[in-house]
Design a protein around this ligand. Structure first.
Ligand code: SAM
Length: 212
């Protein structure tokens, strides 16, 4: 139904330099963003903007999802943790990138959003995402260590539990700041972590023990 709009947005994201790899292009093409968006806003599914999903939260803009996926350099078969499920859309894209041999765990603090996200993922045939409810600022210790961890909300600083639950080697991507924040990539190798700043961004706050 939205195929033309989706193709147009992919071309735009390539031209703007956001989509760099074929894996991300294919992942983006496979996931129907309209299925993760409330009925009243479906017409805006392929406009490159965040949209309201309820509980004062948003589904991130497509270019931000792409920037984060490119920065994490996700491989087939990896185990990934997402903090901030929201609609489930970003997790669905990452699920495509890790493939059937990989696994995505995602944690959301609002039960109602987690329920909707589970439904969205089921309806779009996504079988390798597990949705949990809880305070993701403490990570999700049950399934650690993770090859990649990413946070879709702004944290005051990098929560230590996330560094501890990261595989070595591994990568952790997190917006650090208030609403206006710095997208920060931490790479763990041989027990050390090195941080790299990838640029400014705007996110809803991480709320919880290690959040705001
Ligand atoms: N990735 C989402 C998507 O594709 O729709 C967008 C996520 S939205 C920008 C950020 C989400 O983080 C919100 O749903 C919010 O409720 C959630 N959040 C904030 N603090 C959290 C916490 N401590 N643990 C889990 N989720 C949290």
């Amino acid at each position: 139904m939205f195929e033309k709009e989706k193709q147009r947005l992919v071309t735009q994201l390539i031209d703007q330099g956001y989509i760099k790899t074929d894996e991300i292009k294919q992942g983006f093409l496979k996931v129907p963003r309209e299925e993760f968006i409330p009925n009243s806003m479906k017409d805006f599914s392929y406009v490159d903007t965040p949209l309201d999903i309820g509980n004062g939260q948003t589904i991130s803009a497509p270019h931000m999802v792409v920037i984060m996926c490119e920065a994490l350099d996700i491989k087939k078969g990896q185990k990934i943790l997402e903090i901030g499920t929201g609609s489930g859309y970003h997790a669905a894209i990452v699920a495509q990138l890790v493939g059937r041999t990989g696994q995505v765990y995602t944690i959301e603090r609002f039960e109602s959003l987690a329920k909707k996200a589970k439904k969205n993922l089921e309806q779009t045939g996504c079988t390798n995402v597990i949705v949990e409810v809880g305070d993701g600022s403490c990570g999700l210790p049950e399934y650690q260590p993770y090859d990649r961890i990413y946070v879709t909300c702004a944290a005051p600083c990098v929560p230590q539990p996330l560094i501890d639950q990261l595989q070595d080697p591994g990568k952790l991507l997190i917006p650090v700041g208030n609403m206006y924040c710095e997208l920060t990539l931490l790479e763990k190798t041989e027990g050390h972590t090195i941080a790299q700043h990838l640029g400014g961004c705007v996110f809803v706050p991480l709320v919880g023990k290690y959040g705001h």
